[in-house]
Design a protein around this ligand. Structure first.
Ligand SMILES: Cc1cc2nc3c(=O)[nH]c(=O)nc-3n(C[C@H](O)[C@H](O)[C@H](O)COP(=O)(O)OP(=O)(O)OC[C@H]3O[C@@H](n4cnc5c(N)ncnc54)[C@H](O)[C@@H]3O)c2cc1C
Length: 366
């Protein structure tokens, strides 16, 4: 049977693309190397921050407005709890990128937010110990999404809309509309490639230098009830971020600063000095949450040189669409990326602003 579209990779982005394509009446085949919602790529660990006052670039804000609408819709359609709107607080000095960039996005788009000085942060969030020159930006509509629940919900909705999904069937090779796996060769009018940290392997011909970066997610048993705590991002000599208590643990992590690896060579052991480093940081800025260490899990970022995504028609293949290089901040966009990929595949264009994600800007760089 020939398909309208084959989606390669059914992680965060691919699961959403498969659903949106099937929902629009396309005959979809999804091919995934591992089992549903596995922990070998970039979409596991129980929580991802979502927010709209976006310091990375105000160009992301319209996509985030749509994404939050769509998270609500996905929850309704799937009956799954995915989006926990617990609020979010960003902390840093007024001129830090986290604060100044978020403020710029919030002001440009009239997003609801509150600026807090150090005293107000301590009053509102007694767990936090900002320095006198640090300020906070609080966003009521921010919160977290559960990546595994999102992947499962999108896969389930895709199946219900008629998509055929194959797991534990790695793609060995694709060429235009022909996709070869260990089991068979399939043909389709369109191919959508959502490879996560396997981008250097599956999208070599994009000639983009991706940096696959090891990250660690740390889980602590809190000493107090932190179930209603907002998510937070704290910029001070690097960036520390964390979540409320979920399933008996608070998750904390340091953004970036990891070793370059591949999903095969990544060191999945979390070392004592890494645990000590995050405990030291927690004791300085949020002593109340530093309970006892429970466990840790590694994950990977797929970084581009400028930290912006790659979402486009493949420059060398008219019938191929790609989504990769999410640089450690893609999950909050999952539903809208699914919509964009369906638009690009079916209509050849999208109404969403994606100029920032053009791969031409990255080609052949160092
Ligand atoms: C520790 C950590 C924290 C993060 N925190 C945040 C956050 O707070 N907020 C946020 O918005 N984002 C965050 N992110 C980033 C976000 O999770 C990623 O951008 C997102 O998960 C990427 O999704 P993806 O679909 O590109 O990759 P994946 O979900 O990894 O999907 C790629 C899929 O392709 C499959 N695949 C690969 N090769 C083949 C093949 N040959 N054949 C078949 N299938 C194949 C893989 O098995 C995988 O399932 C974080 C990431 C990490 C690691």
């Amino acid at each position: 049977m020939a398909y309208d579209a084959i989606v390669i990779g059914l992680g965060g982005m691919g699961s959403a693309a498969a659903y949106r394509l099937a929902q629009r009446g396309k005959r979809v085949l999804g091919l995934e190397k591992f089992t549903p919602a596995h922990a070998n790529g970039s979409s596991h660990g129980g929580s991802r921050i979502t927010r709209q006052a976006y310091f990375e670039d105000p160009a992301y804000v319209p996509l985030l407005l749509r994404a939050h609408e769509m998270w609500d819709q996905i929850e309704r359609d799937s009956g799954q709890r995915i989006f926990h709107r617990v609020g979010g607080v960003l902390v840093g000095t007024p001129d830090s990128r986290t604060i100044s960039g978020s403020r710029e996005s919030a002001e440009q788009y009239g997003l609801k937010h509150e600026m807090l000085d150090a005293r107000q942060i301590r009053e509102r969030f007694p767990t936090m110990r900002p320095a006198p020159d640090e300020v906070g930006l609080y966003e009521d509509g921010a919160g977290l999404v559960v990546p595994e629940a999102s992947v499962r919900a999108h896969l389930d909705l895709a199946t219900r809309a008629g998509a055929e999904l194959h797991f534990e069937e790695p793609v060995i090779h694709w060429e235009g509309g022909r996709v070869t796996t260990a089991r068979a060769t399939y043909e389709a009018e369109h191919v959508v490639v959502c490879p996560g940290p396997w981008a250097p392997e599956l999208l070599r011909d994009l000639r983009i230098p991706f940096g696959i970066e090891r990250q660690v997610q740390f889980f602590f048993t809190p000493e107090e009830n932190l179930r209603d705590h907002p998510v937070y991002i704290w910029e001070r000599d690097g960036t520390f971020y964390g979540f409320p208590e979920l399933d008996g643990a608070v998750k904390v992590a340091i953004f970036g600063n990891g070793d370059i690896c591949t999903p095969e060579t990544i060191d999945r052991t979390v070392h004592d000095d890494e645990i000590r480093a995050i405990e030291d940081f927690m004791r300085t800025v949020m002593p109340g949450i530093a309970g006892t260490f429970q466990r840790a899990a590694t994950c990977t970022f797929t970084n581009t040189a400028d930290g912006h995504f790659v979402i486009a028609k493949h420059p060398g293949h008219d019938n191929v669409t790609v989504a990769c290089g999410f640089s450690g901040h893609g999950f909050k966009f999952v539903p809208v990326v699914g919509e964009i990929l369906a638009d690009l595949t079916i209509d050849g264009a999208t109404r969403h602003p994606i100029a920032l994600f053009d791969p031409a800007r990255l080609r052949g760089g160092a």
